[in-house]
Write a protein that binds this ligand. Structure first.
Ligand SMILES: Nc1ncnc2c1ncn2[C@@H]1O[C@H](COP(=O)(O)OP(=O)(O)OP(=O)(O)O)[C@@H](O)[C@H]1O
Length: 251
């Protein structure tokens, strides 16, 4: 479904993703783990075609995702409905006058009838516990509620690929548990979730991709095996060793 072939990316000359090779099948649940600045957000933005590879190839369902493909309006519409990204900062995604309009926005942009828009908005507002806020402005919501609102805005589109950038960052333990259960039950949707939280990683997916500082993949495989391997963890900068003291976990 998704394939990155020898992808390199630089914002301003220095590569922040290096020689990324990745194949993702439909329905996989993937976690991207890495320290701050290792390139997790950049990788998700590439997969969402907000950025394009500086070198290398991104194929989505066999189609080359490059700037020219995004000149085709029908393609943009299909891609933006199928592949969606939850930004690290929910405020970056919220701009409508009411919670209802916020959830409805994507569907309206895609030309759905108001009757269908209403059905879907009411359904997803209920799932995310937002029904009582539908007529309220989104800015009154708490950080966690805003995160849920942003998720509702994406899921209302019934996407095939859900990209989540540090989705638990604004959530308390109860909401984090809720989100993990929710993602586990989301059948048929491919999820790619970034985190720098070692202990949450195995909960967010079963295939782990680890980025090291500088933006290269140092591990792609089963989560548990990686998390037991001290040497790999140190290599990824995810734990460090104090002089004369046992290994110390950063998270
Ligand atoms: N718009 C930008 N312009 C220039 N450099 C950028 C830009 N965005 C990110 N970078 C740089 O690219 C590198 C990777 O950043 P990115 O945000 O992808 O990492 P990350 O793993 O998501 O980090 P974090 O966990 O802190 O969110 C960093 O060195 C960062 O400074």
């Amino acid at each position: 479904m998704i394939e990155l072939r020898n992808v390199w990316f630089s914002y301003d000359g220095e590569f922040v993703l290096k020689d990324i090779n990745l194949k993702v099948e439909k329905g996989e649940r993937i976690v991207v783990l890495g320290i701050n600045g290792s390139g997790k957000s950049t990788l998700l933005k590439l997969l969402n075609a907000l950025l394009f590879p500086t070198k290398g190839t991104y194929l989505y369902k066999g189609k080359n995702i490059e700037k020219n493909a995004f000149k085709d309006k029908n393609f943009i519409k299909a891609f933006r409905k199928e592949v969606v990204l939850l930004f690290q900062n929910p405020d970056a995604m919220i701009f409508n006058p009411t919670v209802y309009d916020e959830i409805a926005f994507g569907l309206r942009q895609l030309g759905f009838e108001e009757k269908v828009v209403k059905e879907r908005v009411l359904y997803w507002a209920e799932v995310f516990g937002l029904t009582q806020y539908l007529n309220k402005p989104p800015f009154i919501l708490s950080g966690g509620q805003k995160q849920k609102l942003c998720l509702a805005c994406l899921l209302v589109l019934e996407p095939e690929v859900l990209l989540l950038d540090e989705p638990t960052a604004n959530l308390d333990p109860k909401s984090t548990g809720w989100l993990i259960d929710f993602l586990n039950e989301l059948k048929g949707v491919t999820t790619i979730t970034s985190t720098h939280n070692l202990s949450l990683a195995p909960e967010l997916g079963n295939r782990l991709i680890v980025l090291r500082e500088g933006g290269s993949i140092i591990y792609d495989g089963e989560a548990e095996a990686f998390l037991k391997d001290q040497e790999k963890l140190i290599n990824a900068g995810l734990v460090h060793k104090h002089k004369d003291k046992p290994y110390y976990h950063l998270h």
